[in-house]
Design a protein around this ligand. Structure first.
Ligand code: ZN
Ligand code: ZN
Length: 342
């Protein structure tokens, strides 16, 4: 099969072609696994973190990609959840121990043995991939393959982030950064919490205009003050400045949820600007979101179908994966980037 593989950690600034197109043997599903003929795979910011070593894969070469949509081609001898030809999705989580406290309470994203698709196991930047059937999800018919791809990570983790904010209808939500996940959160919020107002902080004017098009009541630059104080904020940026700046806009007792697997170090000194009375006092909280549990993926897919969320997608060929990654790094973003694999 054709696959785009990562052979080693490198800097995307110096190497614009970190992935190499190769031919690999078709993967063979294990007993409880299915073989998926991949048709679309979303491109996620986490791939940049893997390529640049912030969350490094344990072995090379590795096939990246954890927003996978395809059809079941073959099933292992003990896999019986899906029929051949079923359309399924695979997200960031591909296995966990299933026995620890976290697994038993449905937070297997916190399991010590959490394994990630496209990092700890080969992912979807390829014609085929395998996955444990328990970590594959049926894709609702209303979505095309490309539309469904970003749901598997950006959507699912956006859903978890929104849940962790504890938002109630009518409360103000802030979003710092406006990429694939944030734009889905905005769509989710306007449907689930129709009386809530969404305020977006983004560096680029294009992203701010896009946010307003999608229903944000206000969009401003990172350091701006929002016209109203916010009950909660979700940060989806790789930087520190947006966090410090967002804290000043929180109400007393407000919560900032950081939805990022790793932060980049470039502006880390910005944290020294934290002024306790302005940014933290009055019981403001900071919480991170770690990965996704399988219920986040399945619940979000149901919600997405129910409210007919249509993500904005921009398609690339499998061979154009490097181009898509570099554009993501350079923040040329409008909605979600998806590789089409035919
Ligand atoms: Zn992702
Ligand atoms: Zn566990």
């Amino acid at each position: 099969m054709k696959a785009m593989v990562l052979n080693k950690i490198c800097s995307l600034k110096e190497n614009k072609n970190p992935l190499e197109l190769v031919n690999l043997p078709d993967p063979v599903p294990g007993e409880k696994e299915i073989l998926v003929n991949v048709s679309a795979c979303g491109v996620c910011h986490t791939e940049l973190d893997e390529i640049e070593g912030r969350t490094p894969p344990p072995r090379f070469p590795v096939v990246l990609g954890h927003e996978v949509v395809g059809r079941v081609e073959k099933a292992g001898s003990k896999a019986n959840k899906f029929k051949i030809g079923d359309r399924v999705g695979i997200g960031w989580i591909c296995s966990a121990c299933g026995k620890c406290k976290f697994c038993l309470e449905g937070n297997e994203n916190l399991c010590e043995n959490f394994k990630a698709t496209g990092r700890d196991a080969n992912g979807g930047y390829a014609e085929y991939t395998t996955v444990l059937e328990d970590f594959a999800y049926k894709i609702p018919d209303v979505f095309s393959d490309s539309e469904a791809a970003p749901f598997l990570c950006a959507g699912a983790i956006g859903y978890r982030s929104l849940r962790l904010t504890g938002i109630k209808d009518g409360q103000n939500l802030g979003l710092t950064g406006f990429g694939a996940s944030a734009h889905l959160v905005l769509k989710m919020t306007t449907h689930k919490y129709p009386n809530s107002k969404v305020f977006v902080f983004a560096r680029s004017e294009k992203e701010r205009d896009f946010a307003k098009e999608l229903g944000a009541v206000w969009a401003g630059d990172t350091e701006e003050e929002s016209p109203e104080k916010l009950d909660c904020v979700i940060d989806t940026t790789p930087a520190w400045k947006p966090i410090v700046e967002a804290l000043k806009n929180l109400k007393s007792g407000g919560r900032l949820v950081i939805n990022a697997i790793r932060k980049e170090d470039v502006d880390k000194e910005y944290l020294l600007k934290i002024d306790y009375p302005v940014h933290l006092w009055l019981e403001k909280e900071i919480k991170s979101v770690a990965n996704v549990a399988s219920r986040d993926v399945s619940e979000f897919l149901e919600l997405a179908a129910e409210i007919a969320i249509k993500p904005e997608v921009q398609e690339f060929g499998l061979e154009e994966a490097n181009k898509a990654l570099v554009e993501l790094k350079e923040r040329k973003i409008r909605g979600a980037k998806v590789l089409r694999i035919d």
